[in-house]
Design a protein around this ligand. Structure first.
Ligand code: CP
Length: 310
């Protein structure tokens, strides 16, 4: 891949997305082997720097790097010199001069990875910036959908819930639109951002209407940490109108897939019957997240092709 950085799906081409998804397939084969290690990134080093909490993204980048034999380090921001007042710029420079090849960054401010990318020689991978983008989540979602449906072209996809605060929604929309998907977003009016027409999506306030005939339902977490004012009267009220329940699945196609990026608020945006049901692919998304992140590291860090075969 001819890119120094991976910052968002907005500026990835369809061909680049397909290259990542196609490369993730042999990576998934590797993580299903007994010995999950190939030497392809031997001698390369990556650092994860998360200014916001994470279970899936940080851990899966770390294990993805280890499976490919890269040296991986996590900077624990809450125990680092950031707490002594060190600036972001000085922190980046410090990591750069230690010799890291790639920095994987999550930050609450939209645009932080873009700023870092302009100010370092390291490759920068966006692991979620504010409400802007979460490209690796969308790529693993696309991989999971394609694995089940055989293709992405023209699928009808409903994204449900807190669209306003969701970087996952934005990255999914950018990616799905590149495959000609019909993307519908649904939620209370207060959680739908302005400018949806410019993104080429349809918007709904009724969950029942939005789910008619869809191939995929992607349920989003209610991001209480980003909601300083009340966007709906209560969680109970939200759940009454927008929590995905078994009766909703009859409105969609028979083979509908249910995705959730995690972490889930069970009983708020998704019922446990759905989360643990046969239509849900939430655990597969997590496994695929490792494969997709291996593919991204391999493509960006110049892995050796022969070493991922067999
Ligand atoms: N989906 C996702 O980004 O999960 P984490 O916050 O656990 O990384």
């Amino acid at each position: 891949m001819q890119r120094k950085d991976l910052l968002g799906l907005y500026d990835l081409s369809r061909e680049e997305i397909e290259l990542i998804l196609n490369t993730a397939q042999p990576m998934k084969d590797i993580i299903q082997r007994d010995i999950k290690k190939v030497p392809t990134l031997r001698g390369k080093a990556l650092v994860t720097v998360f200014y916001e909490n994470s279970t899936r993204t940080r851990t899966s980048f770390e294990i993805a790097g280890k499976y490919l034999s890269a040296d991986t380090v996590n900077l624990g921001v809450s125990t680092s010199s950031v707490q002594k007042g060190e600036s972001l710029r000085d922190t980046i420079k410090t990591l750069e001069v230690m010799g890291f090849d790639v920095m994987i960054i999550r930050h609450s401010m939209s645009g932080t990875p873009h700023y870092i990318a302009r100010n370092t020689k390291m490759s920068v991978i966006n692991a979620g910036d504010g409400t802007n983008e979460h490209p690796t989540q969308a790529l693993l979602d696309l991989f999971t959908i394609r694995e089940h449906k055989g293709h992405l072209d023209g699928l009808k996809v409903a994204i449900v819930g807190d669209i306003l605060h969701s970087r996952v929604a934005r990255s999914n929309i950018y990616g799905l639109k590149k495959f000609g998907c019909e993307v519908r977003v649904v939620g209370p009016a207060t959680l739908l951002p302005p400018g949806l027409d410019r993104l080429g999506v349809k918007w709904y306030y009724s969950l029942e209407e939005a789910l008619q005939g869809v191939d995929v339902i992607n349920v989003l977490r209610i991001q209480r940490e980003r909601q300083q004012v009340g966007f709906f009267p209560s969680l109970d009220e939200y759940a009454n109108l927008y929590m995905l329940r078994p009766e909703h699945l009859h409105l969609a196609k028979k083979d509908v897939l249910v995705l959730h990026p995690g972490p889930m608020n069970r009983g708020v945006e998704i019922s446990s019957q759905i989360a643990d049901g046969v239509q849900a692919v939430i655990n597969e998304q997590v496994t695929n997240g490792v494969a997709v992140r291996m593919a991204i590291l391999y493509l960006m860090m110049g892995g050796i092709r022969d070493e991922i075969a067999g």
